[in-house]
Design a protein. Sequence first.
Length: 437
Amino acid sequence: MLTAFARAFRTPDLRKKLLFTLGIIVVYRVGTHIPIPGVNYRNVQQCVREASGNQGLFGLVNMFSGGALLQITIFALGIMPYITASIILQLLTVVIPRLEALKKEGQAGTAKITQYTRYLTVALAILQGTGLVATARSGALFGTCSVANQIVPDQAIFTTITMVICMTAGTCVVMWLGELITDRGIGNGMSILMFISIAATFPSALWAIKKQGTLAGGWIEFGTVIAVGLVMVALVVFVEQAQRRIPVQYAKRMIGRRSYGGTSTYIPLKVNQAGVIPVIFASSLLYIPALVAQFAGGKSDWKTWIEQNLTKGDHPIYIASYFLLIVFFAFFYVAISFNPEEVADNMKKYGGFIPGIRAGRPTAEYLSYVLNRITWPGSLYLGLIALVPTMALVGFNASQNFPFGGTSILIIVGVGLETVKQIESQLQQRNYEGFLR
């Protein structure tokens, strides 16, 4: 692998792409430390220190922003509005016929959907930015901080609008940086920025576990967490690469004097077909009741029940709800992202068939059967991986934003594998050996 890296840097055009990508990453990380106007930076830093990893409802978004959310910087929203917009457009493609038609138009339709995604990203950034500013002004962003109400000293409407505009513009800049990496860098720009945001929180989270440890000055806990992380990375790599290959045979066709078809191929169905999206959906859905309870005034039975059962990551009801939601969303997302009837119709149109299965409806039923069977272990795997932060919370007294948690490790490994494959393909085009042999 080190030899492949050396060859990549010795290749002029690939070296330019790698250095350009590194430059964009540096710009992105610098932007996560520039506070927006109207924020008292000293009070923010004091509240971050007092929070000491207990980030509550905003932990997931803070992780995706590389720690910039709780710092209230110009990149506070990070890549999260774009991710949300992409997921919404992907879900709407199944519901709205116009979007489905655009998806089938090829490159022109994809460009149009990308444009809609950008517009929706700006709208979501305005909405989320307004919510973040309102939360910071009310002091709910750091509920236990002594100076939480003094984070935004100026309560004027002009200051609020300025803060929202700055965060929205920061989101647009992040989206532009991601597209620059995709066009002029090594590709997969949005995913790389997400990778960097999550990886940036690892050192501080690991060091916090070491400081909180009691065995040998915390080094035993620190080493145990590193060992668990390596085992999890190996497990995630193994499952993410696992797939069920459905053999497909294409019949020969004579057109004039030429023979077409007669080839054998396969349909790769991944065990984890849904990726990390079910974990994100489940986390977001579980945050809604806690968020409503946090902003609700007074005391009531339902608010007390939510605060006792759905805000603590180690509570049995929270664990069971989280696990069941992940399994449900795994099946839900696979059902809307993979259409067996469409695949069967395309195979029939081009003369393809699965050996032993008749073309048409029997092929679609067979694909649905296989997909349901492999989705079960995939969804259970996602649920178990996502519960690792809870086990860390009990075993190491760590925060719920455990560095090797489900969402973070799935994204980091997935993006890492995809980036390595892209660099490998460019190396192999020049007759070099790739990273994976």
